[in-house]
Ligand binder design. Structure first.
Ligand code: ZN
Length: 106
């Protein structure tokens, strides 16, 4: 194993570990501190004193991580597709004697 192979393996391992770490972060802590208001939910007025609620985070001081936003979007698409499939498939109404598979009901 030469040095180039070792460097390539290290680069791939670092990339995979960083990605896994980010995925775990998106799962465990989906929200992150909003950068503009530094997590306080308040920003100062441009002129004069005082503060107002941050309009971007609606005063919560939190923002959803990009990875979590992508995950939520994918889940929403999957759910809507499943609902669409369920609605488009015609349901076959079972006749009373077919429900049990026997002729006991007659
Ligand atoms: Zn904010």
């Amino acid at each position: 194993m030469n040095l180039d192979t070792l460097a390539a393996i290290a680069a791939i391992a670092i990339t995979v570990l960083t990605t896994l770490s980010y995925i775990c972060n998106c799962y465990a802590r989906p929200f992150k501190e909003h950068r503009r208001c530094h997590g306080t939910g308040r920003i100062p007025y441009l002129f004069g004193r005082g503060w107002r609620f941050c309009p971007r985070c609606q005063g919560t001081g939190l923002r959803l991580r990009i990875g979590r936003r992508v995950w939520n979007h994918a889940r929403r698409l999957q759910r809507e597709a499943a609902l669409r499939d369920e609605r488009s498939t015609p349901r076959r109404e079972a006749r009373p004697h077919e429900e049990t598979g026997t002729d006991e009901g007659r």
